[in-house]
Design a protein. Structure first.
Lengths: 286, 259
């Protein structure tokens, strides 16, 4: 594959969504890798067959949204077993999940809900990650969530909480730079200090996406809706992340207002250009 | 105030998301106000509404989108998903519609939902390898009555007192033709399955419906044949069996314990 400024094209991928699958399989565009939501491929039928066909053409990574690693009640055996079977079948390049929870009292609340960052939560999430990694027999990358609120009792900063999970479980990290930006704006944090607090060697993947700027109760609020192109300010955080983590596998996600495949692929090319410019400039400066 | 445990926080969060009137406990645990809690609540309801609309497009069209959103909201509150695989969300929706007072005038609505649920299930059911009729060769003739046929997991059956196949066709995604369907046309026996990746709906006669539905329920061949003969004395067991195999509908053979 091509290499620009020491950055290899296979570093850059897109989140593959169902409306693009047929076109992707027919046109076979050049893209480094694809990521799918694991939960969309846990049944049989056409979806399963399509994923097998995609896997024959491209590296695929599995991004889980339903394991609920933050649940106080532990993780669901049946769901973990289904993920295990999918991982065996697809042999993904990477497996990732979130620092969040969705399940309480057996109900699955379809959102990535926030955790209080306490010692109790740290022990619980670490135990859940441990179980998942043991069952899957591999490392899971944990993604930082986008946040809209803080708990009154949450003494550990999020980046330190993630660093502690890495130390306790050997998990890797998925650094979502859009989520960092959204959380930082909503909760008055410094995105660069956040990046600095992450253990650089453990970051195995970066996510990029668009967000929406709205007003709630007369105050500005950013919503992580994956509904538009990556914002300029998020590209800035991305370049800072690359300077700190090096040329890590990078992915553009788009869910709401999904554009055509070419536009989405264009965002991945933009990531490649940003990475090349950033890492090239750094190399020149040395 | 003692520090809440993680389990207490999550239970309070769950209650606050599913019912706005129940958010006081969560409000004492968080720094920000109700508008921020609402961001999470909106995501949960909007995304699950999308899932239900996607699974039940004809129901949505029959009641219109605004009313559907209202019904879906009430359903989600009372029956949140039990699994993160959202293609499997909505199995209780038809029963909910049947019991939901504002839908009482649309007697056929629950059956349209049952049909769409069978189609969703057929599309996503696990894959299974079909057996051919030659696999019957290993069964001794005197064992045949005790035979149990495992059918493909995509198969589903619906007996409706309404012409739901026609109602569904007229209201499915992309349907444009306006047509008048008389409920007096009477009922229909429907089989839904997946063949070569495509979801197929077809109408069965009384005997074939009884035979296949009883087999799918796990009864023996003898019992299923008796049900079919009860529905129509002209039922031809050999032909019915060979059709099942030819369609790739049989995926497992086993014998019930002899008495």
């Amino acid at each position: 594959m091509a290499s620009v400024g020491g950055v290899r094209s296979e570093t850059f991928g897109i989140g593959l969504r169902a409306p693009h699958v047929a076109e992707l399989l027919a046109a076979r565009p050049v893209v480094g890798w694809l990521e799918v939501h694991a939960e969309n491929y846990m049944g049989g039928g056409t979806a399963a067959a399509e994923l097998d066909a995609i896997r024959r053409q491209y590296p695929v990574s599995l991004h889980g949204v339903g394991l609920s690693l933050g649940s106080a009640e532990g993780i669901d055996d049946a769901h973990l077993a289904r993920l295990e079977r999918l991982v065996e079948r697809i042999e993904p390049a990477r497996v990732s999940e979130h620092l969040s929870w969705s399940v309480s009292g057996g109900s699955y609340l379809n959102d990535l809900l926030p955790l209080p960052y306490t010692e109790e939560a740290l022990a619980q999430v670490a135990a859940n990650i441990d179980r998942a990694q043991t069952a899957l027999g591999r490392e899971v990358l944990i993604e930082n969530p986008s946040r809209y609120l803080r708990f009154r009792h949450s003494p550990i900063p999020e980046a330190e909480f993630l660093a502690a999970l890495v130390r306790r479980t050997g998990c890797g990290l998925l650094c979502d730079v859009n989520n960092i930006f959204v959380s930082a704006q909503n909760l008055n944090l410094d995105p660069i200090a956040y990046l600095d607090a992450l253990p650089a060697a453990s970051v195995g993947e970066i996510h990029l996406a668009g967000h929406a700027a709205v007003r709630r109760d007369g105050e500005p609020l950013l919503i992580d809706d994956h509904g538009s192109a990556v914002a300029p300010a998020v590209w800035t955080v991305y370049c800072a992340a690359l300077r700190r983590f090096g040329p890590v596998a990078s992915l553009v996600e788009w869910d709401k207002n999904l554009p055509d495949l070419a536009t989405l692929l264009g965002e991945a090319v933009k990531a490649e250009r940003n990475a090349a410019a950033t890492l090239h400039a750094d190399a020149d400066a040395r | 105030m003692p520090m809440p445990t993680l389990a207490e926080i999550q239970a309070a969060f769950r209650r606050a998301l599913l019912d706005e009137a129940e958010e006081s406990a969560l409000a004492t645990f968080v720094e920000e106000g109700p508008a921020r809690i609402a961001v999470y609540r909106n995501t949960v309801f909007a995304s699950l509404n999308d899932v239900l609309r996607d699974t039940f497009p004809a129901v949505c069209r029959l009641v219109d989108e605004r009313f559907f959103a209202y019904v879906a909201h009430e359903f989600i509150r009372r029956h949140p998903p039990r699994s993160a695989v959202l293609a499997e969300y909505g199995d209780a929706f038809a029963e909910f519609l049947a019991e939901f007072p504002p839908c009482r005038d649309l007697a056929y609505l629950a059956d349209v939902a049952r049909l769409e649920w069978l189609m969703r299930r057929a599309a996503t059911a696990g894959d299974a390898t079909a057996l051919t009729a030659t696999s019957l060769a290993g069964i001794a003739p005197d064992e045949t009555p005790r035979l149990r046929l495992g059918l493909h997991p995509s198969l589903g059956f619906l007996a409706s007192p309404w012409p739901v196949d026609r109602i569904w066709r007229a209201n499915r995604r992309g349907a444009t033709a306006e047509e008048t369907i008389s409920l007096a046309e009477g009922g229909v026996l429907i089989e839904v399955s997946r063949r070569d990746g495509e979801v197929v709906m077809r109408i069965l006669d009384d005997a074939a419906f009884a035979f296949r539905r009883r087999l799918a329920q796990g009864v023996t061949l003898e019992e299923a044949a008796a049900a079919a003969l009860g529905a129509d004395p002209r039922f031809d067991l050999a032909a019915a069996l060979s059709a099942l195999f030819a369609e790739g509908a049989v995926t497992e053979l086993s014998l019930a314990a002899s008495e």
